[in-house]
Write a protein that binds this ligand. Structure first.
Ligand code: PCA
Length: 199
C-alpha cells in the first residue's frame, strides 16, 4: 500500500485552536483508495517546522505529502499552487519575527505544487464544498513547510508529490471570534477526504 503523509499545525497567533489538527487526527490511519494516511502536527516555529517536515518525510517515506494550514481570513478551501523562497510575517510561537529572508539561501524563487490541485477543487465543488485554487500560500509557516517538502524532493531526487491546502476556520473558532467565516469541523474533514481521493 502507498502512503500519504498528512500534516497540520498547532494553534498560532490569536487562534486558540487549529482545525488542521482535527482533520489530521480524523484521517490518520484511514485507507483512501490505495493509500494509507499517516498524520503529523507541526509547531509554528521558523526554527523547527521545516525540520519537522523533513523528519516526518524521512521517517515515513511517503508517496505523497499533503500539508494543511489554517487561513484565518479565507471562506473556502484552497489548494495552493506555489511556494516561494521567503519567510515573512508576524512573530511565530517562539517569538521569532521573520523579515523577508530566504527559506533556503541557495533555493530557487519558487516551487509549484505537484498535487492534482484542479482535480481536488473540482471534486470538492462537485460534492458541495466551496473551493478554489490559491495563487499565494503567503510567507508564513504554511509557505515555509510547503517549500521545504518540495525543495527536499527536488534536491534529494525523491519522487514523492507534495503540496499544501489552506482551510478556513471552524465553528469552534468562530464561537470565540464571531468575525471569522467558519465551517463545521465535520465538513472540513470530509472536504479534505475528497481531496485525498484524487491522489
Ligand atoms: N496557518 C499558518 C501557519 C500555521 C497555520 O495553520 C499559515 O497560513 O502560514
Amino acid at each position: 500500500m502507498k502512503k500519504i503523509l498528512l500534516t497540520g499545525f498547532e494553534p498560532f497567533l490569536d487562534f486558540k485552536t487549529n482545525p488542521t489538527m482535527e482533520v489530521a487526527k480524523y484521517l490518520d490511519g484511514k485507507t483512501i483508495n490505495n493509500y494509507e494516511v499517516t498524520s503529523r502536527v507541526f509547531s509554528v516555529d521558523f526554527n523547527q517546522s521545516g525540520r519537522e517536515m523533513l523528519n516526518a518525510i524521512e521517517e515515513e517515506s511517503p508517496d505523497v505529502v499533503v500539508a494543511l494550514g489554517l487561513a484565518g481570513n479565507r471562506r473556502h478551501i484552497t489548494p495552493e499552487r506555489i511556494a516561494i523562497n521567503c519567510n515573512d510575517g508576524p512573530k511565530d510561537n517562539r517569538g521569532y519575527k521573520p523579515n523577508g529572508e530566504k527559506v533556503f539561501e541557495d533555493g530557487p524563487d519558487a516551487y509549484f505544487s505537484t498535487l492534482p490541485i484542479y482535480e481536488m477543487v473540482d471534486s470538492m465543488k462537485r460534492n458541495g464544498y466551496p473551493a478554489s485554487i490559491s495563487n499565494s500560500a503567503g510567507t508564513y509557516l504554511c509557505n515555509n513547510v510547503m517549500y521545504h517538502a518540495l525543495h527536499h524532493a527536488k534536491t534529494s531526487n525523491l519522487s514523492y508529490r507534495a503540496g499544501f491546502i489552506h482551510i478556513p476556520p471552524s465553528y469552534e473558532m468562530a464561537i470565540k471570534q464571531p468575525q471569522l467565516a467558519s465551517w463545521s469541523q465535520h465538513d472540513l474533514n470530509i472536504a479534505i477526504e475528497y481531496c485525498l481521493q484524487q491522489l
